[in-house]
Write a protein that binds this ligand. Structure first.
Ligand SMILES: Cc1cc2nc3c(=O)[nH]c(=O)nc-3n(C[C@H](O)[C@H](O)[C@H](O)COP(=O)(O)OP(=O)(O)OC[C@H]3O[C@@H](n4cnc5c(N)ncnc54)[C@H](O)[C@@H]3O)c2cc1C
Length: 481
């Protein structure tokens, strides 16, 4: 008989959280700390969602999405998680760019970028300051018509090199493009520019392990291999979920699952206003990614002059299309030195590229394996420019593709950063349509990435807490739809 991963679970909870991405984990923890009975169901055998890792023979541990996040993560983790988690966040001080237009090294903050833009790109202080101030001033309520391309054209007309410096890392960080609203770029760029790029010392496995301990201490009922098949909705709103074939009652659900999957699959079209269904269908997904993971033999080192993060490209210009192309010209390398995991003697490299789901999903098995082998081979050839003896040092290499991300996280089309910007309005409007149902997870540029996901988890937990308070004080009050 197969194992019952819900053994001992209650028949009813105050809240069920679907998914253990950083938004789901943070929402669950915040709600449990506020005194609610919380069940968290994760379909995978590991917590973390995209904030994930995997182990391979020989003691190699690869991080999937631990490449860099803004300093705000320290404050969010101190406030909503634990001091131990916050104190493990450290700066990556050596960010490099290497492309046909320029090669440079930076700490990736406003001061250093100002220096570079002045000395290497020949811009004057007023122009540079004007751009930084405009980006900093942007907020959610701004005009969302202006695109990133228009923002750049306003401040740096004709300067493709400047655009590349300012845009390439953000595209890598969250899949945004020159066609996206400028406001979303401005907020994320300014977050990074305030103090640079940060990482978690000890790896994603340590972070998620610490989060798991904290959630257990706060009373969250954590369940892995628990696939939520259905969210049940009645005339007053959310009534429960079916998970691994078992129905569990609840007054509130936080779905950390993909936004479109939540609305269209887990709830079903019949429960929504038809206009809302159309609005959801019109939300565009973000692109996906390919990664190549390379582990060096124990004790083999990479010179730290390679940098922590290296944005490398052989494309003459920065273009979204070329970033997504299967003919890969741009790669971002994360170099993990032994200091990433104190006490280890390992160096690893992860090469990441943006990718289109269709380019991989349509391949038959043989073509898929051949394409993966080609991805590995071309990546090894490309990284030889920076680590000439990589092939002699490497002990394990493998690759992931958009279908890998789809498989492990259930994101439609393997979207690395959920949906485009318009997803946020749909995500926020869900409880207005179905009382008690909330969504917290990657939507748009601001509410994705590690920091965005954690912060969105907190915002939604507060909404849920208010809903629970309201409905428990007045249990018979009619739900407003
Ligand atoms: C290759 C790559 C590199 C990245 N690099 C960075 C980076 O350097 N910095 C950064 O800040 N961000 C990075 N990100 C993005 C970041 O990892 C994500 O934005 C963030 O972790 C998403 O969190 P989330 O809360 O939206 O949930 P997700 O991580 O999307 O997790 C959702 C969870 O829900 C579960 N689930 C879905 N449906 C069900 C169901 N029906 N029942 C039960 N469980 C379900 C899934 O299994 C998954 O665990 C990267 C992402 C990728 C793919």
């Amino acid at each position: 008989m197969s194992k019952d991963f819900l053994k001992g679970a209650q028949d009813e909870y105050d809240v069920v959280v679907i998914g253990s991405g950083l938004a789901g984990l943070t929402a669950a923890n915040t709600l449990a700390k506020a005194g609610n009975r919380v069940l968290l169901c994760e379909q995978h055998y590991q917590l973390g969602g995209m904030a994930s890792w995997f182990k391979r023979r020989g003691g190699h541990i690869f991080d999937i999405s631990l490449h860099g996040f803004p300093i705000g993560m320290i404050k969010s983790c101190r406030r909503y998680w634990t001091p131990e988690i916050a104190d493990s966040i450290v700066q990556l001080k050596h960010i490099r760019f290497d492309n046909p237009m320029f090669a440079l090294s930076t700490t990736f903050d406003r001061q250093d970028f100002t220096r570079i833009l002045r000395e290497q790109f020949g811009l004057d202080e007023a122009t540079i300051g004007g751009f930084f101030d405009a980006a900093r001033r942007m907020n959610f309520y701004d005009d969302q018509e202006m695109t990133v391309r228009e923002l750049f054209d306003r401040h740096f007309p004709g300067r493709e090199d400047v655009i590349r410096l300012l845009m390439e890392p953000i595209t890598y960080a969250n899949g945004s493009t020159l066609e996206d609203p400028a406001v979303s770029y401005g907020i994320v760029f300014s977050n990074f520019m305030s103090k640079g790029v940060y990482t978690f010392e000890g790896g994603t496995d340590r972070l998620v392990g610490l989060m798991r301990d904290e959630m257990i201490a706060n009373g969250v009922d954590l369940r892995i291999r628990c696939d939520v098949e259905k969210i049940h909705v009645g005339p007053r709103g959310v009534e429960g979920v079916t998970v691994n074939g078992r129905r569990i009652k609840t007054r509130a659900v936080v779905s950390n699952s993909n936004l479109k999957a939540t609305v269209l699959r887990l709830v079903g079209e019949e429960h929504w206003d038809p206009a809302f269904v159309e609005q959801t269908k019109a939300v565009r997904l973000n692109n996906s990614s390919c990664q190549v993971y390379m582990a060096l033999r124990p004790g083999e080192m990479i010179d730290e002059s390679c940098g922590d993060l290296l944005f490398s490209s052989t494309a003459p210009l920065f273009r979204t299309e070329s970033l997504l192309s299967r003919d890969i010209k741009s790669r971002t390398y994360s170099f993990y030195y032994p200091r990433t995991r104190p006490g280890s003697d390992r160096c690893l490299v992860v090469s990441s590229t943006n990718a289109r789901y269709e380019d991989w999903a349509q391949l038959d098995d043989e073509a898929y394996q051949a394409s993966k082998a080609d991805l590995i081979e071309t990546t090894l050839a490309a990284i030889e420019a920076y680590v000439p003896d990589i092939r002699a040092k490497v002990e394990h290499v493998e690759a992931s593709t958009p279908t890998t991300f789809e498989h492990y996280t259930r994101h439609i089309a393997g979207a690395s950063f959920g949906t485009k910007f318009e997803g946020l309005a749909v995500s926020r409007a869900i409880p207005e349509q179905i009382p008690g149902l909330f969504h917290a997870g990657s939507v748009g540029i601001i509410m994705s990435g590690w920091l965005g996901a954690v912060n969105y988890g907190v915002i939604v937990a507060n909404d849920v807490d208010a809903h629970l308070l309201k409905t428990s004080k007045r249990p018979s009050a009619p739900a407003t739809v």
